[in-house]
Design a protein around this ligand. Structure first.
Ligand code: P6P
Length: 351
């Protein structure tokens, strides 16, 4: 009797078996402890994404799923019920996982430490549970952003001081985009890969491997309502793209959605400093650093306008940074306006 040979089921069946956890192990060409940990961490994140996607899809039909809680978070922003739901989903899926020691989130002033009666792991999850929550009540794109770091030291005082490291300390980063389909994009430092949730399977299935951001793209994505709050250099960049053919403005109000467009089609997203928020609005540890990790893995760039986001050393967990991210040529164009203005200012000061 000849050995059994599977029928040539073709691409479809094999792709449906390329789940996220298997993909992580293949990426690492290893089944060692750290590879297994990263695979398990990504699996937990996928579970959180499925739970949040399910809640979002039914929110319009559920009492008290939408709207505001009436609270204000550490950012001084009004908290949406969906923010709290999603924040608690990540805690629930990681609490008994034995993978993490703490979770740091936009919605929590201090990190949440896994209780003593739960298994403690050696990783930290930093996340924005629902990014773009102003879109939740109007059924537009929102996302979750995550970053994984290894605990360094013992953090016995529970201040999370060892988290105040630059973006190169990230082991993995990614986001989940909740839209017509639910897409999970991640990197463990070996390229950027996108998975699409197949609701009939309840699995994220590999859709695109090794995403590369084009060197230039037609999109510039910025909230021009802040025009008069920007520094002159950013205003001059905006005037430049207004005057030159080949540029289109796209802005959804949800960072993950705008970033996903830039990652896949090229261009540049900006959230510069303003007179009200000189450091910008976006937070480093769980928004700009994870996305900077991804864009660099995809061949693009992320800058504050003066230095790479990946090199910024945070002074505190909720530190904000200006954010210029996307195609290498387009980020460089924005930086050139900033450098020109700096040169002109130093010339004026020296005369
Ligand atoms: P603005 C959502 O609140 C968020 O943090 C990002 O998702 C988004 O890019 C930005 O703020 C939008 O801010 O000031 O343009 O409404």
């Amino acid at each position: 009797m000849a050995d059994y040979q599977p029928a040539d089921s073709g691409f479809a069946l094999d792709r449906d078996c390329k789940t996220l956890s298997r993909h992580v192990l293949e990426q690492l060409h290893s089944f060692g402890p750290e590879a297994q940990d990263l695979s398990a961490l990504m699996n937990r994140i996928a579970l959180a994404g499925k739970l949040i996607a399910r809640h979002l899809s039914r929110a319009g039909l559920m009492e008290s799923a939408l709207g505001f809680t009436g609270e204000t978070n550490v950012q001084g922003e009004a908290v949406k019920k969906m923010d709290i739901y999603a924040n608690d989903v990540f805690i629930s899926v990681f609490k008994q996982s034995g993978l993490v020691c703490r979770l740091a989130s936009e919605e929590m002033e201090k990190p949440y430490y896994i209780p003593e009666n739960c298994p403690i792991g050696r990783y930290t999850l930093l996340y924005d549970p629902i990014d773009g929550s102003s879109n939740v009540d109007i059924n537009l794109n929102v996302g979750s952003i995550f970053s994984i770091r290894r605990q360094q030291g013992d953090d016995l005082d529970h201040t999370g001081a060892d988290l105040l490291q630059d973006g190169h300390q990230q082991l993995a980063a990614g986001y989940i985009l909740y839209g017509p389909s639910t897409v999970l994009v991640y990197s463990i430092g070996r390229g950027v890969h996108a998975f699409v949730l197949d609701p009939s399977l309840g699995e994220f299935i590999l859709a695109t491997e090794d995403i590369r951001v084009p060197a230039h793209g037609p999109t510039y994505s910025v909230n021009e309502g802040n025009f008069w709050q920007w520094e002159d250099a950013i205003r001059d960049f905006t005037r430049y793209v207004h005057r030159h053919d080949g540029y289109s403005a796209r802005y959804t109000g949800a960072l993950v959605a705008d970033f996903h467009r830039i990652l896949t089609q090229g261009g540049v997203f900006l959230y510069p400093g303003t007179t009200k928020k000189p450091e910008g609005k976006l937070r480093l540890l769980y928004e700009t650093a994870p996305l900077a990790f991804l864009i660099e893995q995809a061949g693009g760039r992320a800058s504050t306008g003066h230095e790479d986001i990946m090199s910024v050393m945070p002074g505190e967990i909720h530190q904000r940074t200006p954010f210029i991210v996307g195609s290498t040529d387009d980020v460089a164009l924005v930086e050139s306006f900033i450098q020109d203005h700096s040169r002109r200012q130093s010339t004026l000061l020296s005369t």
